[in-house]
Design a binder for this molecule. Sequence first.
Ligand code: 13P
Length: 253
Amino acid sequence: MREFLIAGNWKMNATSAASAELVAGIIDGVPSGEGFSVLVCPPFPYIAAVAEQARGSAVLVGAQNVSEHAKGAFTGEVAPSMLRDVGCEYVIVGHSERRAIYGETSAQVAAKFVAAQAAGLTPILCVGETLDEREAGTTEAVIDEQLDAVLDVAGIDALAAAVIAYEPVWAIGTGKTATPEQAQDVHRHIRARLAAQNEAVAGGMRILYGGSMKGENAAGLLGQPDIDGGLIGGASLKAADFLAIAAAAAAQK
Ligand code: 13P
């Protein structure tokens, strides 16, 4: 059975004091039980301290971005091995903000995916359509292009050691959540596309939903058969809000 993953993407928020307080609150309040895990992805400067604080707790630590290069003259970039070195287990690749604001292409995202895995990180591959793309009826085509770019380079077997996050761009930070049915439709499509290449990998793949997920809508989303957790932005910045989503996941296991 797939476990839920409840992942907080703090984006460019917090301070060292705020991140220490936030992760302490999360560690204290993580529901006990099985069938789900909880992950936080702080900004780079706070990862090491947060990982130290979370060591031995139920809270996992990840990063929000990573270089596709292993080392060298790449000013301002952070190598996958560095993230491992400071205690990361996961890394988000291809977040829509990286694609839209920093021009990351699907090919670059695929390279980051491969580099992350080579260093022992579990990539969380983000895919999702804009509102224009949804209204033009191209949601599935957009997601297929984003997925296939990684499948073509990494291969289906590599996906077995990864997580996918479906984040409709129109639902991110807007307060407009996809309905459970809208999200489920896309999650089912993603799983079917993987199943066409390898049913076992598809069956084990954790596919998270992201986009204005919060305590009030988490149960409905997590109740869908192909939704295996959440990638949460705004509601991951307060321990109580984030823990409400973790509690919704725990309640379904
Ligand atoms: P919000 O939860 O703030 O909509 O952000 C979602 C997201 O982008 C997580 O990566």
